[in-house]
Design a protein around this ligand. Structure first.
Ligand SMILES: O=C(CO)[C@H](O)[C@H](O)COP(=O)(O)O
Length: 226
């Protein structure tokens, strides 16, 4: 798929996602180029406010006059909408291409429903094969965590010059055998979280999508988590 077809799919899926947003909602808003297509459409719905999953998203929402709220004062959100780097048939995800994985996982966890919007290039059989798995790491633990990831069969690459909203670093890990089975993927996420110095990893299993909206050449398809 060329870049312009992909951009059209991002716009189509964002337009489709808009119909799940109700007037008066406080919406959890993700991060990335697909979400940016949705943000442009948000002035059409009468939101009470939004919780942003990154500083970049926060700035875009504010520029449109949408009130950005602190998750500590909103209570549980009805809906979180975000994109993903990869999605499997169980609607488990790899996220964090934009480096916002920790804040994204927090807002997803604090929401009743997570709708994920993707173009069809994001659909994969096995997570972590085509796209490296982002891992947010405390700065002092970078080399230690990298060595532990090598022990797990991965090839960690330091995302140079990038600092997360929480002041941490990202390791993009290639070559991990995350597995296909729904429980194996969940166990892998937990295993990575157990490495001292890891803040969060880009596997979303407990926080997988409830609904996937996937743009294809034949229109937007809706899949629900089983
Ligand atoms: O996880 C993310 C940011 O941390 C994004 O959701 C992910 O990278 C997808 O981005 P895009 O919509 O630009 O392809």
């Amino acid at each position: 798929m060329n870049a312009s077809a992909q951009q059209q799919q991002k716009q189509a899926v964002a337009a489709d996602a808009l119909k799940y947003i109700e007037s008066g909602m406080i919406l959890g808003v993700g991060t990335g180029s697909t979400v940016n297509c949705l943000i442009e459409l948000l002035p059409k719905v009468n939101l009470k406010g939004a919780v942003a999953s990154s500083k970049v998203t926060e700035d875009k929402l504010k520029a449109l006059g949408i009130e950005v709220m602190d998750l500590n004062f909103t209570g549980e959100l009805d809906l979180y909408i975000d994109g993903a780097d990869e999605v499997n048939e169980h609607l488990q995800l790899v996220k964090g291409g934009g480096g916002a994985l920790t804040r994204e996982k927090i807002v997803a966890a604090a929401s009743k429903q997570f709708i994920c919007m993707v173009d069809e290039s994001k659909w994969v059989q096995q997570l972590g094969v085509g796209f490296p798995l982002p891992i947010e790491v405390l700065p002092q633990a970078r080399s230690y965590v990298a060595r532990e990831l090598v022990q797990l069969g991965g090839e960690p690459v330091y995302r140079e010059g990038f600092v997360t909203d929480y002041g941490n670093l990202i390791l993009d890990v290639y070559g991990l055998d995350i597995g296909l089975d729904i429980e194996k993927v969940a166990a892998f996420e937990a295993k990575l979280n157990n490495i001292v110095g890891v803040v969060c990893n880009g596997l979303f299993t407990a926080q997988r999508a409830d609904i996937l909206l996937m743009a294809t050449a034949d229109g937007v398809k809706k899949l629900t988590a089983k």
